[in-house]
Design a protein around this ligand. Structure first.
Ligand SMILES: [Mg+2]
Length: 373
């Protein structure tokens, strides 16, 4: 059997120097040209907030070419439903934690695909919801949005718009006060879990029923299905629950959306119109494949050729379902939320179940070498 170790072990190639070793290597070893990987982070590369799995470090060093065992890197990226900080900050922090230098095309947070999507709103006022403080405003601005406002800005303008909670001193230090009575919003973008559901649901409902996206107005026929609104609603993550360090799952952005849908239905009789990003949704997988191709281009390889992508994840609902629907191979690992110690079957069937990310990558490489792709 061809294993990852036998395929690229330095011991296979007798050489006297690193440069010579790599040259010989490239000539003598088969290389899976079409192979690419997409890794979930939590439960695959990390367990808990700070614990990076040692096998994850080894795998990323191999694929990136950092350990010198490969003649050239095998493309990979990380796809997480997490977010709330600008991609560049998260990329730097993860590079340090994981011990490999990730490039700009190798990290997809829940809101990263929104960057391309919201380019049309570059010059328009948008409401940015979620995250701590004004962290998501910084995310939006890093995506080129020039007029990104947050709920605290609106409350600072007219406290009576939501008088159930008061702005803190810290919030007062970063609010941007404007006269919002004549500022037309084009979109409300939920980029992370929100901290004040009552306030945020109220403000989003106001905008959805507004006349031309202006707070304090109400559109004629706002509760009629045939009259389209002026404000687009976008969510970055559909997870109803997520795991913090608390032993019981916590409510996430998906739960916020369910609440908003329910209140919107109750007050207008209509289904909530929205666009959804994040795993397992198509938009996120389409964007991730585009990122893999941008990465190939950045390392001088053909970005247009066929790719056999293997998604490695711990969550059948998001990682495996999304990968299967996108035509990728899927590898479910046992280091996160999925366990089959009592013979449990995953809700979505992966191509294979492996103990951990390293076993999964070894299996995928063997597959590709056997296929001769
Ligand atoms: Mg996970």
């Amino acid at each position: 059997m061809v294993t990852l170790r036998s395929a690229w072990s330095v011991r296979r190639v007798v050489s006297t120097g690193v440069a010579q070793k790599r040259t010989l290597h490239a000539k003598t070893s088969p290389f899976p040209e079409k192979l690419a990987f997409a890794f979930d982070i939590d439960g695959v590369l990390k367990q808990g907030h700070h614990n990076v799995l040692p096998q994850a470090k080894r795998v990323l060093r191999l694929l990136s070419g950092a350990d010198g065992r490969l003649p050239k890197p095998i493309p990979f990226l990380l796809i997480t439903n997490g977010g709330g900080v600008p991609d560049e900050e998260r990329r730097k922090a993860l590079s340090e934690e994981l011990g490999v230098e990730l490039t700009e095309n190798q990290l997809v947070q829940s809101h990263t695909p929104i960057k391309d999507y919201v380019d049309k709103y570059r010059e328009n006022p948008v409401l940015i919801v979620g995250g701590k403080g004004e962290s998501c405003r910084r995310v939006a601005e890093s995506y080129g949005l020039k007029h990104a406002f947050i709920p605290q800005d609106i409350v600072a303008w007219k406290p009576s718009i939501w008088d159930r909670t008061e702005l803190t001193e810290a919030e007062r230090s970063f609010v941007r006060t404007e006269d919002f009575s004549n500022i037309p919003f084009s979109a409300a973008l939920i980029l992370h879990d929100t901290h004040d559901w009552g306030r945020d649901i109220t403000l989003i409902l106001d905008l959805l029923s507004s006349d031309k996206g202006i707070f304090g107005t109400r559109r004629e026929g706002h509760n009629r299905a045939d009259v389209k609104g002026d404000v687009e609603l976008v969510f970055s993550n559909a997870d109803v629950e997520w795991r913090s360090d608390w032993p019981i799952p916590r409510l996430g952005q998906g739960a916020f959306r369910l609440s908003l849908e329910s209140v919107y239905k109750e007050t207008t009789g209509l289904d909530l119109p929205y666009k959804q990003f994040g795993k397992p949704f198509k938009a996120t997988y389409d964007f991730s494949e585009l990122m893999l191709r941008r990465y190939l281009s950045s390392v001088g390889r053909d970005p247009k050729g066929p790719l056999n992508v293997y998604m490695v994840g711990d969550n059948p609902l998001s990682d495996i379902d999304g990968a299967n629907r996108h035509g990728w191979s899927s590898i479910l690992v046992r280091t996160g939320v999925f366990h089959d110690t009592h013979g449990e079957k995953p809700s979505h069937t992966p191509t294979i179940i492996c103990d951990d990310v390293e076993k999964g990558v070894e299996w995928a490489i063997e597959q590709e070498l056997r296929r001769g792709s």
